[in-house]
Design a protein around this ligand. Structure first.
Ligand code: SF4
Ligand code: F3S
Length: 112
């Protein structure tokens, strides 16, 4: 199994998660992060750290799309290991429905 980043990370991108991951397996897109499923050691430490509750174990139902998206973009987006400033309007997007359809960007972030 692995943990995955899901919909509510988009445009919230708080990045508290990267500070606690012992194996630095987060990768940065323009407006969300993903977890590399082959690098994650399933420690679960990041899950409670996310203010947007966007990180979930892939054993939860309905996360197939997110597992696929994390695996795909972890290959091309840059690694991120340190928290940066989240978007100024992050709070306005917390809990907004269907963020993937409305806001997902395949563009990479800047990484560390
Ligand atoms: Fe990193 Fe652990 Fe979270 Fe996996 S579950 S992404 S290893 S902190
Ligand atoms: Fe995203 Fe939560 Fe990390 S909003 S960047 S998964 S702390």
């Amino acid at each position: 199994m692995t943990y995955v980043v899901s919909d509510n990370c988009i445009k919230c991108k708080y990045m508290d998660c990267v500070e606690v991951c012992p194996v630095d397996c987060f990768y940065e897109g323009e407006n969300m992060l993903v977890i590399h499923p082959d690098e994650c050691i399933d420690c679960g430490v990041c899950e409670p750290e996310c203010p947007a509750e966007a990180i979930k174990p892939d054993t939860e139902p309905g996360l197939e799309q997110w597992l696929q998206l994390n695996a795909e973009y972890a290959k091309s987006w840059p690694n991120i290991t340190a928290k940066k400033d989240p978007p100024a309007d992050a709070k306005d997007f917390d809990g907004v429905a269907d963020k993937y359809q409305k806001y997902f960007s395949p563009n990479p972030g800047e990484g560390d």
